[in-house]
Design a protein around this ligand. Structure first.
Ligand SMILES: Nc1ncnc2c1ncn2[C@@H]1O[C@H](COP(=O)(O)OP(=O)(O)O)[C@@H](O)[C@H]1O
Ligand SMILES: [Mg+2]
Length: 402
């Protein structure tokens, strides 16, 4: 059952939405405000009490999104659905920045409306389940060690800390995370799961995930970047809603993607590991990535800069990186070509190859940082309170460049 607040500038459309809500589930509670989105600020308190805010205004202006953003930031459990005649890419990004995660266009298709509402209801009920956490890893450049860190951290949480862990390869470009854990092809990939999202339930997911350790499952990434473009945010949201109550830890390898699909993971993540090396290209692209993440509303406190292959004599030292990024480095991992290479070649976790190596111990220390024994109150709620807004927003570069 959802508590829904609809703000609609048109009586006929409001009636149509009300009919759709009842059709989806007569138990939903709907309150309707007949006004344009510019009046949303006046109804802030009502919106904050709802599970879902539906905004229907054909004349929606960019400035109206500020009110949406303020409400979404102060009410992280509130879902926002925008109904609009058409939406350009720029608008979509602006809406997402404001906290909108559900968008439908007029005329509303019954099935799409029902599936969005079902997803929102799932999200609501998932919040009452197991107290699980998601951690995401992203890098502005390929070859930084993002997958290596995500995989080995997942293994450390599963094996050393007994956490029921799921690793999701969401990188969508030649997914390779599973290759670092098992020497066998995956039964299914992210694309297969998403393309059948409507039949996704616990039993189906069990058949799709690779079981690489009693405590560690892997959802392999797409081996085909073209097919991966079919993966839709709503499908991924459904996947997350299903898996979050089933695992203690969900580790997501985002590769270099920052887009509407990976933002679903970023939103849910308590921590976002930004993997960098000490080089000038990493310095520049890392800065850009951090700016984009901040622009999208992820607070600095959630961004964990991880320096891989740390070199104390590198020209780009930690102080230079910290100054450029405006963030402290959370952790450094040693360079260990021998053991990292062996682990990757054999498709075996580093912990199994060289448990006592400085790199394996560094991964273990990272698990302590990201998953302290007595975790603090979860910071997974989407917060924009510290969002900075540089004047020249690099919003078009949604995919971090290499
Ligand atoms: N700390 C490290 N020391 C040595 N080699 C590493 C280290 N971390 C990662 N590697 C190697 O770097 C390569 C690229 O890592 P990968 O995780 O695939 O990068 P990304 O996912 O960022 O593209 C891998 O073959 C891995 O063996
Ligand atoms: Mg990778």
């Amino acid at each position: 059952m959802l508590d829904i607040l609809l703000i609609s500038s048109d009586e006929e459309r409001a009636g149509r939405i009300a009919a759709l809500v009842t059709q989806e589930n007569a138990g939903h509670r709907l309150r309707t405000i007949r006004a344009g989105a510019s009046r949303l600020g006046e109804h802030r308190e009502s919106a904050q009490k709802a599970d879902l805010l539906i905004i229907d205004d054909v004349h929606l202006a960019q400035r109206d999104l500020a009110a949406v953003e303020a409400i979404a930031a102060s009410t992280p459990r509130l879902s926002c659905l925008l109904v609009t005649p058409s939406l350009s890419q720029d608008w979509l990004v602006a809406a997402m920045r404001a906290g909108v995660r559900h968008v439908l266009s007029w005329p509303i298709d019954d099935a799409s409306f029902a599936s969005e509402l079902a997803l929102i209801a799932q999200k609501k009920s998932a919040g009452t389940g197991r107290d699980s956490r998601m951690l995401s890893f992203v890098s502005p450049r390929g070859g930084s060690g993002t997958t290596f860190i995500a995989v080995n951290l997942a293994y450390a949480l599963a094996r050393e800390r007994g956490k029921r862990t799921l690793l999701i390869d969401l990188s969508r470009q030649f997914g390779d995370a599973h290759l670092m854990l098992a020497d066998k092809p995956p039964a299914s990939t992210l694309v297969d799961v998403c393309s059948q999202a409507e039949r996704l339930d616990g039993a189906f997911f069990e058949t799709c995930a690779m079981h690489v350790h009693p405590n560690l499952d892997v959802l392999a990434g797409s081996c085909d970047p073209v097919k991966a473009t079919d993966v839709r945010p709503a499908q991924v949201e459904r996947l997350f809603s299903l898996v979050m109550p089933r695992y203690d830890a969900v580790i997501v390898d985002l590769g270099r993607s920052v887009d509407p699909v990976s933002m679903l993971a970023l939103d849910r993540s308590s921590d976002i590991g930004v993997v960098l090396r000490q080089s000038i290209p990493h310095l520049h692209t890392g800065r850009r990535l951090v700016d984009i993440l901040r622009e999208l509303g992820y607070p600095g406190a959630k961004l964990r800069v991880l320096i891989n292959e740390y070199d104390k004599s590198a020209t780009v030292d930690i102080a230079t990186l910290e100054q450029a990024l405006g963030l402290r480095v959370a952790h450094r991992l040693a360079r260990d070509e021998k053991h990292a290479g062996e682990a990757v070649e054999q498709g075996t976790p580093l912990l199994e190859v060289a448990k006592a190596s400085p790199l394996a111990r560094g991964i273990d220390a990272l698990a302590d940082i990201l998953w302290p024994e007595q975790p603090e109150a979860s910071t997974s709620m989407f917060s924009r309170l510290f969002a900075s807004k540089p004047a020249a927003a690099p919003m078009r570069a949604l995919k971090a460049e290499s």
